[in-house]
Every structure is written in C-alpha cells, then in structure tokens.
Design a protein around this ligand. Structure first.
Ligand SMILES: [Zn+2]
Length: 85
C-alpha cells in the first residue's frame, strides 16, 4: 500500500509501510492494513460491517478523536472495498 492510502476494511490511514497488510508471499497488501489483513487473509474473516463500526468507534474514542470525525469515518465504512456489495 502506498503511504497516504486508507485501509479498505477499517479506513485507518496507512502512512507507513509497516502498517500495510501482507499477502501470502510476504509482499505488502495494496488495500488493507496490518490490523485487518495478514498472510493473504483477513484476521477476522467473519467480521460484519456493524462489528467493524463498533471496533472503529472504540479505537477512535481511545485516541480522543472528535465525535464528528468518528461519525464521518464510520459513515465512510460501507463504501470501502471490503464492505461494498
Ligand atoms: Zn484495516
């Protein structure tokens, strides 16, 4: 994944190469972060969009991020590649 992109599962900004997820062959994922995707598979393959929303809100609240930014981020989740139907 190139720096400045967002994870297509959790919407986290990936601004360092070490935050990129990994493919089976050890290369970097172009779409997902290391917290969502490792060795070519999602870490929580059965996770639903609603569960991801809760996870994102919990993480962002821990980081003291403003509510309006949290709402915006959560609102953008359904448009990400992992959740788009
Ligand atoms: Zn992610």
């Amino acid at each position: 994944m190139e720096p400045g992109k967002f994870c297509q599962s959790c919407s986290m900004p990936v601004d360092k190469p070490e935050l990129c997820g990994t493919e089976k062959d050890g290369s970097k994922s172009n779409e997902y972060c290391i917290y969502c995707y490792q060795n070519g598979a999602f870490i929580n393959p059965d996770m639903k969009l609603d569960e991801m929303k809760v996870t994102v809100v919990t993480q962002m609240k821990k980081m003291n991020i403003a509510d309006n930014i949290i709402n915006m981020t959560v609102g953008s989740l359904p448009a990400l590649k992992r959740w788009k139907v």
